[in-house]
Every structure is written in C-alpha cells, then in structure tokens.
Design a binder for this molecule. Structure first.
Ligand SMILES: [Fe+2]
Ligand SMILES: [Fe+2]
Length: 256
C-alpha cells in the first residue's frame, strides 16, 4: 500500500492548492491512504472545522496536528467528536481530542500516532515514554505511522531510530522545510526528518517574506500574513508491505 503523508498545509492558499493538486496526484501514484498535517490550515492561524473539512474534501483521510492545534476554540468539539483527526498524544490527557487513532482498511488496521517534541517546544510530556505505552494499545495494527511534530532535528532522528522496526513509518513535521534524508531504516521503518509544507513556496515558512524580514530586522511585533506566491505540496510516499508492516521504499515529493 502506498501511503502519502503531506507536510503542514498553510492557510487558505495551501488548502486551495491541495484541493487542485491532490486528487490527480493520488491517482498518478496509486495512493491508498493520505495523511496531512493541518495545524496551520485555517485562514489566520491554527485549524478550524471549516479548514479541516476542506482537507477531507480534497482527499485527505486523516489529519494530524501540532503546537497550533488549540489556537482556535471552535475546533475543540470537533477534535473530541471525530476519530479522523489527532493532536499530540503527549499533551495533557484532559485536553480536547485524541492522540492516536485506528483506521480500519478491512484487510489491515492502520494505527496513527501524533507526538510533539519537547526540545524548544512547550506543553508536552516525554514523547519516548508516551509512544511506548501507546504501542501496547495498538498491538492489533500491522501498520503504524507516527507524525512527530518537533523543532529539533536531533530529537526527530533519535525517535526514528528508537522506533525502527517497531512502527512502519516516522515522519517529522513543524519546520515547514523538507529534509533530504528520506530512507528506509535498517529495521524496515520509513523515515524523514521533515515532510516540508504545502503552501506558498517563496515565503518564510508560509509567511510573506517582507513581514518576516521586518520582524527579524526590527524586533517589533507584526501581524503575519500568508504569502501570495505560487504554492507547492511537499510530503513523502511510503510503500508499505501490508503483510509485514515494513516500509519497502520511500519517496519524498514536492509538487509545484
Ligand atoms: Fe506548522
Ligand atoms: Fe508546528
């Protein structure tokens, strides 16, 4: 089965590009399951039921999130009521939403876990300990995928090796810049440090570059606006053996 994981979809611009690009791309690559990180998909910031529904209508089967998940209050009930959207599992367990979920594909059960890093990030418990206990609950899933939403490359690489042979794939999100290290690790786990983003290419992580430059130059606060430049869709395709749950090949993609 080919599973496509898409990096942070940014703003209305990213959403609209995804709607245009994803359906034909899925056909072209024979994609059986599509996951997208939607933590920045709402116009403005965060994620709303409206932006989440836009991702689903574009062909996304499951949405992962990250540190921006709770920016918009209107999404809290949505996070509680839906099983096809997850937030970091190592956040406070009483927070809205669930940290992992299972998709029933008939012949195979697919577990998806969302985790947050702790280096340079706030509000999360140790992701290594969290994932150990979740894996015990996902014993019936032959395929398990992990979105590790984290800032530090070292933390992401370490979790990749920690989970090698124990899950099907580990992909990083959050930095919005795709890394060139997509590969199958020795134990059969597909890995990439960061999927990159889906949104305006000439931008600073999605934000108008002029605004970002001014902010860094002056240190003054400024309202971020999504750039209005041509978009791309970045992510990774994991070819996974349904019988063993191992990843056979990994292909990172950036579609313009
Ligand atoms: Fe993001
Ligand atoms: Fe993030």
């Amino acid at each position: 089965m080919n599973i496509l994981a898409i990096g942070d979809v940014v703003g209305q611009e990213g959403c609209e590009f995804l709607r245009k690009t994803l359906p034909s791309f899925k056909k072209l690559k024979g994609i059986g399951l599509t996951i997208a990180n939607g933590e920045n998909s709402a116009a403005g910031n965060g994620i709303t039921p409206f932006s989440a529904e836009h991702l689903f209508a574009s062909g996304v089967d499951l949405i992962t999130t990250g540190n921006h998940v709770y920016k918009r209050r209107e999404v809290y009930d949505f996070l509680d009521s839906r099983t096809d959207i997850v937030r970091p599992a190592n956040y406070n367990k009483n927070n809205p939403g669930r940290g992992f979920t299972v998709i029933d594909k008939g012949s195979v059960q697919i577990g998806i876990i969302n985790l947050s890093g702790v280096s340079y990030m706030e509000g999360a418990d140790n992701p290594f300990a969290a994932v150990d206990s979740i894996l015990q609950e996902l014993e019936n899933c032959r395929i398990i995928l992990v979105d590790f939403h984290a800032e530090a490359t070292a933390e992401k690489k370490a979790l990749g090796y920690y989970l090698d042979g124990r899950v099907s794939a580990v992909f990083g999100t959050h930095t919005h810049v795709q890394t060139s290290d997509a590969k199958v690790l020795e134990g059969g786990t597909g890995y990439i440090t960061d999927l990159g983003m889906t949104g305006p290419e000439k931008s600073v992580l999605g934000v108008k570059h002029e605004i970002a430059i001014n902010r860094f130059k002056t240190g003054m606060p400024s309202r971020f606006e999504t750039a209005q430049t041509p978009c791309f869709m970045c992510g990774c395709i994991f070819e996974i053996d349904e019988k063993t749950g191992r990843t056979l090949s990994v292909e990172s993609v950036c579609v313009e």
